[in-house]
Design a protein around this ligand. Structure first.
Ligand SMILES: [Ca+2]
Ligand SMILES: [Ca+2]
Length: 225
C-alpha cells in the first residue's frame, strides 16, 4: 500500500517535471508592449512602461498600421516597441531587469520578434540576455527582415559552470538598435521594432534525470522498510 502511494508520488513528480520541461515562462512586465493602449498609429516618446531606455534617443510604444508592416502588422496585440537612432554606430533601445534570478543548472530560451518597419531605414539589432549586467547569450544581428516584415529571433543559453559566479543575480533583457546605416542611406534615422518577448526556463536533461533517479531511489528505500 505504502509502495503504491510512493509510486503515485513519483509518477506525479515525473509528470510535473515533463510539463515544466515544455518551458516555464518567466514573468516579464509589458512583454508585448500593449501598455499603454494607443489609438491607431499613435506612439509614446521615451516611455515604455516596465522598460528603461538604453543609450540616447529614443524608444517608445507604437500602434502600427498596414503602412508600417504587412501582412503581419504586429506579431502580438496592437502595439510594438520602436527604437530610432541616428546612424552613429552607438546602440540604443530598451532594457528590463527581471525579478527572476539566474539559476544554476538551468537553460534559458529568449524569443523576440524583430521588425523592419517602412518608417525607418534598417539599423541592425541585438537581443541580449544578461545576469548581473553581464551578457550571457545574444542574437547579434543574424536576421535581416525585408521592409514591412518580421523575423523570429531566438537566444539560447545553456548553463555553463564558468558562469556560477552569476547565480542568484537578476536576469535582464536588452533589445537594441545598433545605429548602423546598413542600407547605405547616410544621414537618415535608422530603426528596428520588437514585439512578443518571451523568456523560458528549460531544466537540463541531466538535472531531470537526477531528480527522476532520486525519486526511484526513494521508492526503493521505502520498499525495504
Ligand atoms: Ca504587442
Ligand atoms: Ca494597429
Amino acid at each position: 500500500m505504502r509502495g503504491k502511494l510512493v509510486l503515485t508520488i513519483v509518477a506525479a513528480t515525473l509528470f510535473a517535471l515533463s510539463a515544466s520541461a515544455d518551458a516555464a515562462g518567466i514573468p516579464i512586465i509589458n512583454a508585448g508592449f500593449e501598455d499603454p493602449v494607443l489609438a491607431e498609429d499613435d506612439w509614446t516618446w521615451l516611455d515604455v512602461p516596465g522598460w528603461t531606455q538604453v543609450g540616447g534617443d529614443g524608444a517608445g510604444v507604437w500602434n502600427t498600421t498596414t503602412a508600417d508592416f504587412d501582412p503581419v502588422i504586429a506579431p502580438e496585440g496592437q502595439n510594438v516597441v520602436y527604437t530610432e537612432n541616428p546612424a552613429s554606430g552607438v546602440a540604443n533601445g530598451v532594457a528590463q531587469i527581471l525579478t527572476e534570478t539566474f539559476a544554476a543548472g538551468t537553460d534559458y530560451t529568449l524569443t523576440v520578434v524583430v521588425g523592419n518597419s517602412w518608417a525607418y531605414y534598417w539599423s541592425g539589432y541585438r537581443v541580449e540576455l544578461l545576469a548581473d549586467g553581464v551578457v550571457i547569450a545574444e542574437d547579434d544581428n543574424t536576421l535581416h527582415p525585408d521592409y514591412m516584415e518580421w523575423g523570429a529571433s531566438t537566444v539560447e543559453y545553456t548553463y555553463d559552470a564558468a558562469d556560477s559566479g552569476l547565480v542568484g543575480q537578476a536576469l535582464e533583457i536588452r533589445l537594441l538598435n545598433l545605429g548602423i546605416d546598413i542600407d547605405g542611406r547616410p544621414g537618415e534615422t535608422v530603426g528596428v521594432e520588437f514585439d512578443d518577448v518571451n523568456l523560458a526556463i528549460v531544466p537540463e536533461p541531466a538535472t531531470m534525470t537526477m531528480l527522476a533517479l532520486g525519486g526511484i531511489a526513494m521508492l526503493k528505500r521505502r520498499k525495504r522498510i
